[in-house]
Design a protein around this ligand. Structure first.
Ligand code: ATP
Length: 234
């Protein structure tokens, strides 16, 4: 039944090339991430990791094959309904000029329905509590356009908090832990596992530590899967 597939992501022989280009960027990719699982994608620069992630919320459309989310082809969703299910954390953390809270809620913080405790919970899981609470105005502190008054790791933590606040079924992390020191990376991932254990995660990463605990690791090379297994198997 469809209920069994909630939170599931499945790639069925997916290929991608840019419209008009001759070379494929991704070729014949098949894998499944079940509800609650973490699948890590590794591979050298340019191997197609970001492209693979981008196909799921349909930032780009697969050329061949099918991508299923909750058992339904992503092409058959209204874009908004598909993206509502997904928390996407981009490679480069995007910050807006406004308060910490508005950066986490994407401007919804003035709505009645917004619970301050949900913002704080998201920031806490994302390991941002300490640095936010050190700022004079804390959650009301101003972040400048592009987050120029924050460090790279602070921006990454806030953009992860933004995804957590959204409370999606699926998290897509595009190299989203790269600017964190090892300890913060480790603590943050264990908190994610503890607090958000029913979400499905796809993590693109460079650092072995970040992906060691993944249920499955997919090794990409020039757009093809050249290895799949757990860290111990590979
Ligand atoms: P990195 O680790 O450096 O982020 P990646 O594995 O995420 O790399 P992608 O960003 O998915 O790799 O890029 C895959 C391939 O697609 C690369 O060869 C890249 O040059 C190519 N590519 C990316 N964007 C475009 C574009 N807009 N037009 C044509 N080719 C592109």
């Amino acid at each position: 039944t469809a209920g069994d597939k909630i939170g599931e992501i499945e790639f069925r022989q997916v290929s991608f090339k840019y419209p008009g280009a001759s070379d494929y960027i991704l070729r014949d990719i098949s894998f499944t991430a079940s509800k609650g699982e973490t699948v890590a994608i590794i591979g050298s620069t340019g191997s197609g990791k970001s492209t693979l992630l981008n196909l799921i919320p349909r930032f780009m459309e697969a050329t061949d094959g099918e991508i299923l989310v909750d058992g339904l082809n992503v092409k058959d969703y209204k874009l908004e309904a598909l993206r509502d299910k997904i928390g996407y954390v981009s490679q480069k953390a995007v910050m807006f000029s406004g308060s910490v809270s508005s950066n986490v809620t994407l401007g919804e913080e003035s709505k009645q329905s917004v619970e301050q405790s949900n913002i704080q919970r998201a920031v806490e899981i994302a390991q941002g509590k300490d640095f936010i609470e050190k700022m004079d105005q804390q959650y009301d502190a101003t972040i400048s356009q592009g987050g120029t008054n924050l460090s790279g790791g602070q921006k990454q933590r806030l953009s992860i908090a933004r995804a957590i606040y959204k409370n999606p079924e699926i998290y897509l992390y595009d190299d989203s832990f790269s600017a964190l020191d090892y300890k913060t990376d480790r603590v943050l991932r264990s908190k994610l596992k503890e607090e958000i254990n029913d979400a499905t995660n796809i993590i693109v990463a460079q650092r072995i530590g970040t992906i060691k605990d993944a249920d499955r690791i997919l090794v990409l090379d020039k757009g093809e899967v050249v290895g799949m297994g757990t860290h111990d198997e590979l």
